[in-house]
Design a protein around this ligand. Structure first.
Ligand SMILES: O=C1O[C@H](COP(=O)(O)O)[C@@H](O)[C@H](O)[C@H]1O
Length: 233
């Protein structure tokens, strides 16, 4: 069973303040220790926290930010996670590195290209910050034909292409995602989520561990470090 500490807040605003503070501390400590910081951040609801983080006085010029996953759309498309990250953090001075370069005919090749890009970065990330969808996906590790590839990729593999099945209605496109190994290699793992339904889903996934039917349960079943879960109703 994983060691997960739940942090509960009365509102999303309070959650955002706390998470922005924690991520800021992770960045500062990494820059103090290694003169640079690499963090991976999610898209979706978590993006609402970015402005609070971006306005902190941090050594942003030493920070590289990658998406935990992205949709195979052009980077100027509103569905692009990299677009939201760039909008929030480029003005602060961070380096934002997209992991996809647009719509792709072959999502698996796009995954290979993302992996190649990520191989150039100093690894591991100081932080992988995860969200969770209502279907239990995390990053873009979805049910479907590529679930095992994302879960069982070898340690050195950082990203793969994924075709969700069923497709999420809000962004029905192929994806590229960090692999389970890449996620679990992070120095720190933090999860943010809101709403009672998601809370119950995640609690069940953690309790089910390796036998979980949900991607997040399968990812977290292999974690061997304590993780923080930040939740608000
Ligand atoms: O598609 C995605 O979904 C998850 C969860 O998003 P949320 O809006 O339900 O919190 C997100 O973590 C991931 O980065 C994104 O691409």
């Amino acid at each position: 069973m994983i060691e997960a500490e739940w942090w509960e807040y009365d509102s999303v605003d309070e959650l955002a303040d706390a998470v922005a503070g924690d991520v800021g501390f992770i960045i500062e400590s990494a820059v103090d220790a290694r003169n640079a910081s690499l963090i991976a951040v999610p898209g979706g609801d978590a993006a609402a926290i970015f402005p609070k983080l971006a306005k902190q006085k941090l050594p942003w010029k030493r920070v590289t930010i990658i998406p935990t996953d992205d949709r195979l759309v052009p980077v100027d498309n509103d569905q692009s996670n990299a677009k939201g990250i760039a909008k929030a953090f480029l003005p602060a001075g961070a380096r934002v590195m997209p992991i996809v370069s647009g719509a792709a005919e072959d999502y698996r090749l796009a995954g290979n290209a993302a992996d190649a890009r990520l191989q150039d970065l100093p690894w591991p990330p100081d932080l992988v910050w995860l969200g969770m969808g209502e279907d239990g996906h995390t990053a873009s590790i979805f049910s479907g034909p590529d679930l095992q590839a994302a879960l069982d990729a070898p340690k050195a593999r950082r990203a793969v292409g994924v075709m969700p099945d069923p497709m999420p209605e809000d962004a029905a496109v192929a994806r590229v995602t960090l692999t389970r190994a890449a996620i679990l290699s992070a120095r720190t793992i933090l999860i943010t989520l809101t709403g009672q339904d998601k809370r119950e889903l995640l609690e069940g996934a953690i309790a089910d561990g390796h036998s979980s039917k949900l991607p997040i349960g399968r990812v977290l079943a292999e974690v061997d470090q304590p993780i923080d879960i930040h939740w608000a109703p």
